[in-house]
Ligand binder design. Structure first.
Ligand code: HAM
Length: 421
């Protein structure tokens, strides 16, 4: 049996790397005042079909579905739609004040697996609700910058755009339709279908033929209404004040349909073909797709696996070693009667302790295990020591050895470990 294609087991050094990233990123979220939220892996299919967009790759072909009795469920392909479902369900938006949330959750998309593109992947995300200001947009972008800074990743570009609002989007669509109409025959079958219902999606198509056909398409930011233009200008001003270097790029449309006004993407040369390090934007109208009164919101998500690739490419992981403090070597069954309870006592007192229950092995074998695990001390108890009612504590680095009375072994070992740490 093998793990499902595009989904990975994680263990050993990999886990240590992930835990290091997790602790760094969570610290930044906390500094910015974001509270964690966890939503279920399974959601009703409508949570995504109504919001992410019928014409998007995600809804059209990437969702994993689960049919259980009369319920049509899917494994979440992204975090924002489920987040908004939770906000509405628990009325979190009724608090007039802005609120800040973050999440760290597995996502599922049935994409063609390749480096940096998985079918189960993990996203950190941030969502700021009840604030429609450009400052809120600037804050979340600055937060993403702060995360990369904390991880010492500097090789990335930030691209921002405005996708307009309900007021100016129709004008954008019209311009795009006029441009695409004479090029229709050069579009792929999917984009031909998307043409009338979701022409912005055509700009996001990854096929070379479509990319060539849309080259030179009208600059959609020329169609922005006055309010959207002012919002975008103010965002740029705030980003400059926050020392965020960015490119204003009208070709950014994002792969999800729920955005209005600000949309942004972070790409990195460290990643290869799947160069998107993170992305997000404003989704003030998303709640209305559930038939609810909308509330302003902006956020982003970044892929954990892509962070790992970026940090590996840079060789920027700190040396991560979780080495045990103590190795207990019982040379026989009687010594084991003493060392087994001692191991539980030490572990319960906060000492990282290793023990092998193979009581028939010689000392040489135990020392080899202790060295392999890079333990700081090896505690040795054999028949001779038992007779003398002592225990040996060997400092592995210094290669020195001290004898302690067996009945106060725990206190002595604790003291030794404390002096070493
Ligand atoms: P997204 O651009 O679809 O946005 O995904 C965000 C990030 O997730 C990407 O930039 C990439 O790093 C990572 N990612 C996406 N697909 C994969 C994959 N198949 N394998 C590995 N990593 C992947 C969203 O999901 C939005 N919900 C972001 C957002 C939050 N917008 C507003 N709030």
């Amino acid at each position: 049996m093998k793990a499902v294609r595009g989904m990975h087991d994680l263990f050993g050094v990999e886990i240590a790397k992930w835990q290091w990233i997790e602790s760094q990123v969570k610290q930044v979220f906390e500094n910015f005042g974001y509270q964690e939220i966890r939503t279920p892996v399974l959601e009703s299919v409508e949570v995504f079909s109504k919001t992410v967009g019928d014409e998007t790759d995600i809804v059209e072909k990437q969702m994993y579905s689960v049919q259980k009795e009369s319920e049509s469920l899917v494994l979440r392909p992204e975090g924002t739609a489920g987040f908004v479902r939770a906000v509405l369900e628990h009325q979190l938006h009724r608090d007039a004040l802005h609120q800040r949330f973050f999440y760290y959750l597995p996502m599922f998309r049935h994409e063609r697996p390749q480096k940096g593109r998985l079918r189960q992947f993990h996203q950190f995300g941030a969502e700021l609700i009840n604030d429609d200001s450009p400052e809120a947009d600037a804050e979340v972008i600055a937060l993403l910058v702060a995360i990369y800074k904390k991880l010492r990743i500097t090789e990335y570009e930030v691209r921002i755009n405005s996708l307009g609002c309900t007021e100016c989007r129709p004008g954008m669509k019209k311009q795009l339709l006029d441009f695409l109409q004479p090029r229709l025959e050069h579009l792929c079958e999917l984009c031909k279908k998307r043409f009338e219902r979701a022409p912005l999606r055509v700009l996001d198509c990854k096929r070379e033929t479509c990319k060539t056909a849309v080259a030179g398409s009208p600059q959609l930011n020329q169609c922005l209404c006055d309010q959207c233009k002012t919002h975008h200008d103010q965002l740029k001003k705030r980003l400059n004040e926050a020392d965020v270097t960015f490119i204003d790029d009208p070709s950014i449309v994002r792969g999800l349909d729920y955005y209005s006004r600000t949309a942004f993407e972070f790409t990195s040369s460290l990643l290869g073909a799947q160069s998107a390090l993170g992305g997000g934007g404003r989704y003030d109208q998303l709640a209305s797709r559930f038939g609810e009164k909308p509330f302003p919101a902006v956020g982003f998500a970044l892929g954990m696996e892509r962070l790992v690739i970026a940090l590996e490419a840079k060789g920027a992981f700190p040396e991560i070693k979780a080495t045990p403090d103590v190795y207990l070597a019982a040379l026989g069954n009687l010594p084991m009667d003493h060392l087994f309870p001692l191991s539980i006592q030490l572990k319960s007192s906060g000492v990282q302790t290793e023990i092998s229950y193979a009581a028939d092995k010689p000392l040489k074998w135990h020392l080899k295990q202790s060295n392999r695990l890079q333990c700081k001390f090896t505690v040795i108890l054999g028949e001779d020591e038992l007779k003398k009612k002592v225990i040996l504590v060997k400092n592995m680095a210094a290669q020195t050895q001290v004898e302690f009375p067996l009945d106060s072994a725990r206190t002595h070992i604790l003291k030794q470990v404390k002096s070493e740490n």
